[in-house]
Write a protein that binds this ligand. Structure first.
Ligand SMILES: *[C@@H]1O[C@H](CO)[C@@H](O)[C@H](O)[C@H]1NC(C)=O
Ligand SMILES: *[C@@H]1O[C@H](CO)[C@@H](O)[C@H](O)[C@H]1NC(C)=O
Ligand SMILES: *[C@@H]1O[C@H](CO)[C@@H](O)[C@H](O)[C@H]1NC(C)=O
Length: 347
């Protein structure tokens, strides 16, 4: 039942509210923030708008928040956080825009894997008429970070294809690696038509990908091997363990399997931006699905057998009609690539 409101009863409270409002409006503005924020406190990022999304003010120097934030689970990658680029290629897209930016997740110590990828599917000139830009994504080796620094700097000077940020390169931090790639595209290559994220242990056929799926250029597009209605693994013995504290829902939104997925360039920026206000989870590919869910953008299914999450034995004619096969190691790639490039297969 609705209680009848009488005006005489309402008036005093209305007046009180007006007085309180007046007091609020008269309150002096917050003191202007000093120009030198401590380095931890990144000013609102003009690219992401982080800090504006929820109408928050940037943290004021000298003030610690009295309200305790819920403690972060150790498996939850710390984010957003101003990770610094230790190795970067900020000028690669100056004055032009590649058709495909190939972002390859790699481990700092995996020099041989990167060498094999440069000579095989990661060769930027392997698809005639298509401009490809290849970059490896690295964190800092959890044990030998310091020892590997010199070698990585040299590799970077030689090949100019390494991106590295100062987070620990661990399995549960892979989401940070993908977001570093999306950040790089957003900041330094926003005109790229497509972005592909790939792992280092895959075979890729970029020619088929481009011819079959990417032309004409699309927007709000993402495809790969689609997982639907999958559940987080709640048992800590598994590599893919995701505790409830990190992701409470019982299912993930649809997402593309991490070993290889491709998205339109505009979507890379949207994913990066929306990620600034979502709690991260330690599964990189499911997290991209969570970003898509927040953006209201759906995945595009790919025909069966085009993105293969399981190993397949090599055959030229089979591999020329697919995009990705998982579980190909550097030596396998080097062994099959000349044959794959040179042999003809009836269309
Ligand atoms: C990349 O492919 C081009 C064209 O096929 C070839 O000339 C070049 O040697 C390859 N580069 C590497 C690093 O294998
Ligand atoms: C992820 O990287 C951050 C920053 O380096 C580090 O503090 C954290 O321990 C890493 N998390 C895992 C699970 O390795
Ligand atoms: C998680 O579950 C809540 C409640 O059903 C729902 O509103 C939200 O969209 C879900 N989030 C994701 C990422 O699926």
């Amino acid at each position: 039942m609705k209680p009848a409101l009488s005006l005489p009863l309402l008036l005093p409270s209305l007046l009180l509210s007006l007085v309180l409002l007046g007091l609020r409006l008269q309150r002096p503005e917050e003191p202007p923030s000093t120009p030198s924020l401590p380095p931890r406190h990144r000013p609102p990022n003009p690219l992401t708008g982080a800090g504006f999304l929820w109408g928050q003010k940037p943290p004021q120097p000298g003030h610690t928040t009295a309200r305790a934030a819920p403690p972060r689970h150790p498996l939850q990658p710390p984010y957003p956080y101003p990770y610094r680029f230790l190795l970067n290629e900020p000028h690669k897209c100056r004055g032009w825009a590649p058709f495909l930016v190939l972002l390859v997740a790699s481990e700092p110590g995996n020099t041989a894997g990167r060498a094999a990828i440069r000579q095989t599917w990661g060769n930027e000139s392997s698809v005639p008429g298509v401009s490809i830009l290849r970059l490896f994504l690295l964190g800092v080796h959890p044990v030998f970070g310091r020892e590997l620094r010199g070698t990585l700097e040299e590799e970077s000077r030689l090949h100019h294809d390494l991106l590295q940020q100062d987070f620990l390169d661990t399995y549960n931090n892979l989401t940070l690696k993908t977001l570093m790639g999306m950040e790089w595209v957003t900041r330094h290559c926003p005109g790229a038509t497509y972005v592909m994220k790939a792992d280092s242990d895959v075979f890729l056929n970029l020619g088929y990908l481009v011819r079959r799926f990417l032309l004409p250029p699309k927007t709000n597009f993402i495809t790969g091997y689609i997982y639907r209605n999958t559940r987080p693994i709640r048992h800590p013995a598994y590599k893919w363990y995701v505790p409830r504290e990190v992701y409470p829902n019982d299912t993930y939104p649809p997402y593309c399997g991490g070993p290889g997925y491709v998205l339109s360039g505009d979507l890379a920026t949207k994913i990066y931006r929306v990620a600034q206000r979502l709690p991260l989870i330690n599964m990189e590919d499911s997290f991209v699905g969570i970003c898509l869910h927040a953006l209201g953008i759906s995945v595009t299914p790919s025909p069966w057998g085009v993105f293969n999450m399981y190993w397949l034995s090599y055959s030229k004619c089979r591999f020329s009609r697919l995009v990705m096969v998982h579980h190909y190691q550097p030596q396998d790639l080097l062994a099959i690539w000349p044959h794959f490039q040179e042999t003809k297969c009836p269309e």
